[in-house]
Each structure stands twice: as structure tokens, then as C-alpha cells.
Design a protein around this ligand. Sequence first.
Ligand SMILES: [Zn+2]
Length: 173
Amino acid sequence: MKCVRVLLFVSLITVSIEAAEWNYHNVSEWGGICEDGTQQSPINLIADDTVVEKIFKAFQFTNYDIPYPAKVKNNGHTVTITLNSTAMPTISEGGLIGNYVLDHLHFHWQSEHTVDGKRYPLEMHLVHYSSQYNSTTQAAAYPNGLAVLGVLFEVCMIISIIQSFLKIGQRHQ
Ligand SMILES: [Zn+2]
């Protein structure tokens, strides 16, 4: 049986980055704003330097439990899923001011962010824009206009407790 462990984090993005040819194998060659910027991602999260912000309420997910028709696109770097609805899912709380509307979600099959230098096999980004604006493009021009929830996945093998009990039971028959 396989399990998936996830780590959820949020980043407020205020800088737009132009896409160019790049890959995860030569991160040292990214250069430009990736090399000397102060507000861009990806970042390496240092667990010992992490502080739990106790005044933040838990994230509120609205309409995340509703099935939506969606468009899926693979551009070679990521798979993007865009929902088709007039009532998109939203998030609030968790330190966010106001509501943020889901624009799309996409995956990176090798995480962009790392934790204590560890790169995870999969990272999902849920890209939201502030409901004060009409779109991600418009919101990106403003501080706190975008909120991206990042989910890191770790695939692991576990031994089913039920299987263990069955094996024990077979030995005693
Ligand atoms: Zn991303």
C-alpha cells in the first residue's frame, strides 16, 4: 500500500517572473531574479527557523468539495488544471486578508521548494487571486494580490496493519 504525505504552505507572490528555457537539473544556472531577488520562489524552508504563527486561524476552504468540469494542459514543465465554473473555490483565513479565488492548479514533478534542502517528488500549486480583483493578471500587479498554496508530496511504502494481522492469524491456524 502506498501513502502520500503532504506539507502545505502558502506564499504571497508579488513578483511576476518571465518564463524561459530552464530545468531542475541545473538550478545554479537559473540566474537573474532567481539568483538575487528577495521575494521570489522557490525557497528552501529551514525547519529549525520555522515559527508557528499562533494568531492565524486555520485556512477556510469554500467550494473545494464540489466536482467541477476542468481543462488539463501539459506544457512539458507542468500540468495545469483550470476549472470551468462561475462559482470557483475560494480560500480565506490562514493569515490571508479577505478571500482568494482559485485561478488554477498545477504540478511540478520534482518540487520547486525544498525543506532542509530536501526536494520532494511532486509539488502542487493552487494559485489564487484576491477577490478584490478580476483576474490573476490584474491581481499580480498588487502586493498580496496572489496567494499560492503549495503542497509537497512524498510517496512512501507502508505495511498494512491488516496484512500484518492476517499473517499473524495464518501462523496460528
Ligand atoms: Zn508552480
